[in-house]
Design a protein around this ligand. Sequence first.
Ligand code: SF4
Length: 372
Amino acid sequence: MKKKLGIYIHIPFCVRKCAYCDFLSAPAGEETRQRYVERLLEEIRGAGNLSSTHRTATVFLGGGTPSLLTGAQMDSILETVDQVFGIPAEAEVTAESNPGTLTEEKLRAYRQAGINRLSMGLQSADNRELQALGRIHTWEQFQENYELVRKTGFSNVNIDLMSALPGQTREGWLSTLKKVTALEPEHISAYSLIIEEGTPFYEKYRVDGPCEKELPGEELDRIMYEDTKAYLHKKGYERYEISNYAKAGYECRHNLSYWERTDYKGFGIGAASLVDGVRYQNATVLESYLKGTFRYESVEPLNEQEILEETMFLGLRKMEGVRLTDRIRSNYGDVIRELTEERLLEQRGERICLTDRGIDVSNYALAKFLLD
Ligand code: SF4
């Protein structure tokens, strides 16, 4: 039987760079975007041999801002994926999008091209917070885009949110949660802001930076995190991964494949793959990619120990945890005992999973599963 395959396609373009963002993305003109799409099609065609051993389960266009692509560009990518790998009717096909880049015509074309799940990068429902983040949209523009998304027939929608923003209060965050859940998206991702080196935010908000005090402190960050869990639960969203919440049956199948370590193949600059126990990392330089001199930055066959470690620290991110096997018992017996005594881990039937307390200190708990 063929193995399941998740297909990831990286679109590294944005209207402009947000002040906190260290993703592989940058503004680029139309001509660059078109050349990039052409190279993508070549890269996808070059991977056709995988289709003899794998079948497509999910496709995910991430970025950057994939919704900068025209309907025709999106169509050519998905058409090529379909020709090379096949996209079954039941496959989940997601595109990330940013408010301010969507039109009714584009959304109709995306639907036509086969996208059946749309992820929208909102981050906050407060215009001052959006402005501070350097986002291109307002809450009102998001609402208009969201209406178009529903009008054009998207019935599986994710909204990305971010807490612990500069100047954000507990009430402000609760107000964002309230406004967003009133729209009833099927899925919500809620992360805390991380101050990444090399970004304008790092200059201002790093530890001992000039504006560090404007960030909510650790205690308020923790309160917002607890509010997120409680509020979304009350509104009918089940947390299925540390930062991801969904209505029943709307968990993101593509992201689950990362945590469950089923095979995935990435296309475009910086994209990662895991195929038959080997990790591949695409090179990140746009200019070389556009010239057609595509290469991997690394190819790393994983040994048994690395596979086991990944199974644990990725699988335990999910609320349902991992299935307890003899190998896990023999390699991690002591760790499991220790974390269970600390009430950070618990056994539920044949599975082990982090407790609420364990999730709160997940960095500490998951690091225990690194064997060296
Ligand atoms: S839209 Fe997303 S990927 Fe683009 S710069 Fe902003 S945060 Fe980064």
